[in-house]
Design a protein around this ligand. Sequence first.
Ligand code: AHR
Length: 340
Amino acid sequence: MLKKTVMASAFALTLVTAGTAGGALASTTPDDSAPAGSDAAAAPIEIPDLSDYTIGFAQVGAESGWRTANTQSIQDAAETAGVELLFTDAQGRQEAQVESIRGFIEQGVDLIAFSPIVETGWDAVLIEARDAGIPVILTDRAIDSEEEGLYETFLGSDFVREGEWAGDWVNEHFADADHVNVVELQGTTGSAPALDRAEGFRTVVTDEKFEIIASQTGEFTREGGKRVMEAFLQAHPEIDLVYAHNDDMGLGAIEAIEAAGLVPGEDIVIVTVDAVHDGMQALADGKINFIVECSPLLGPQLMDLAGRVLAGEEVPERVVTEERTFTQDEAIEALPDRQY
Ligand code: AHR
């Protein structure tokens, strides 16, 4: 083990002001109402000096603008903390992520953090980490397991709430409609955000006038969103709404819609999740109609939690990032200062 004993009080702290949403070490009990129109709190995060430690981080891949921003945030925060970061990219393959975690255990890192590609299938490797005495922090995505004590804390968004916020806007936007044909571009099959965003949306979009005529995974990628949307457009001549589980798939859908001679945002309403720069630009341009934010800026909070765990402090089991929603006007206002 590389672990060294450092008391919490011995940590030198670096203050980092995290940007829009995700900056604050937020509540463990999410508020259900979207703070639309107001910037979520951007409280400074105290990044501890972790220069005596090694952290292994197993990333999902580089499937989206969100993921790229998330990787950057983690690497930047690790540099500020002075921690040795062993970073791996599983390129969307769970087996590769499991192998990375095994590698971190063999190398005797002090702490392992990862964003689980899918929800299930982690018990064996996380039990190995626990047996080796290496604490684990989940970031961004949850796991589904009956086993207790596999990780210290889970830092990330409330994906169900994101789906509900998308659905709330849809209900309001189509309040006077008689019938709405909905197509859904789902995220990676079996992943927490795909499962939860589908669930949250369906929890609030309950009026029988809404018909989900097609739902398929676009793997959270722009190419996937485009390919699936092309197929949807061929199979269904009347599509009123695209609900895309992330901006990248929504941006791919825009390409398919334009190629079909239709006007995105007008002929077909588009609602997405993430609020990365390209998505926000499309919202500002009127090609996307509404975006629910999912903050990738988890790095400072991750280092803060890692410091506490390594100091033997109790940390909350769940840390939910602060997020908001964006209309077109709000996107235009927010774009100049957007960090990702
Ligand atoms: O887990 C977060 C999701 O993963 C983001 O919404 C999506 O863009 C990313 O690929």
